[in-house]
Design a protein around this ligand. Sequence first.
Ligand code: GLP
Length: 260
Amino acid sequence: MKIAILPDNEAIGKVGADILASTLKDKPDAVIGLATGSSPLPFYRELIERYKAGEISFAQCKAFTLDEYIGLEPNHPESYVQFIHREFVDHVDFAEGAVKTPNAQTDDLNGAAADYDAAIKEAGGVDFQVLGIGSDGHIAFNEPGDSLASRTHVVFLHDQTRRDNARFFDDDINQVPKEAISQGLGTIQEARKIVLFVQGKGKARAVREMVEGGISARWPASVLQLHPNVYVLADEDAASELELISNYREDWDNFASANL
Ligand code: GLP
């Protein structure tokens, strides 16, 4: 993993945008995996600015979001389809229909999950995957104990995740859905490049386990240790429990001076 420990959200957004810009330079029709949650927002804001400045375009890109709540109306403001359009997609130039989200509005959720994996495959796979991480180490909605090789599937959300996400639902855990449809860890691991955004002390333990812990379903993000091309863009608080922090700083400075 390449670990960048950055001073603030602005720096995190800019480094993420630099990495995506280099992907788009090589492949203007890249397939992008989009994550919801608050962590990638500085990155999306930076992308919107660069798009408005005429520096990047998504006109030839396709995109797939990671997950969707089950049981919310599609026009509910906290459904992930609404979130990603509001915070990013509607501000840039994706072609009509180029951004796909898992279909949670069907009686055949397992069929919808299989169709989603098939659609990602048909698009040629994900070139650049955006990720956040939950305080319990989940990525997308792959909770602790779930398979490290799973495909897109229906998941039950743990109380910790529902408590964390209650802030988007009037601080009322009862309004947070109990189920979601989520890309699996096996699906996510097939992306060619993964960039994970993480901020805050509340994520410090999850970051330590992801980077330095054993690979285990207890901390689902630890599976990323097996991926050859992962960037973790963290602030000082999120990185604060890393044992080898000075090594990561040194490695990143060397990498960034040669590549960014
Ligand atoms: C949700 C999403 C994840 C996200 C996580 C962290 O559970 N399904 O994709 O990474 O929350 O969210 P945040 O970035 O708001 O802390």
